[in-house]
Design a protein around this ligand. Structure first.
Ligand SMILES: [Zn+2]
Length: 63
């Protein structure tokens, strides 16, 4: 299945979707890419990516 970002239309990857589930909603079927997610929460994209890559090691929401 494909999950384009609902804001910019860019394809989301499992990292972006995992982070979205983690910090927005676990049951959501629509996702934001890391870039738009970072903008929404007013944090640098790179810092969000680093957090996501760290969390992915232990969190089952990243699929
Ligand atoms: Zn986006």
């Amino acid at each position: 299945m494909r999950f384009p970002c609902v804001q910019c239309g860019k394809e989301t990857d499992s990292l972006a979707r995992g982070m979205y589930r983690k910090i927005v909603s676990r049951t959501e079927e629509k996702f934001l890419c890391l870039h738009c997610l970072a903008e929404r929460f007013k944090i640098p994209e790179e810092s969000l990516r680093q957090q996501a890559e760290f969390l992915r090691k232990t969190c089952s929401l990243f699929y």
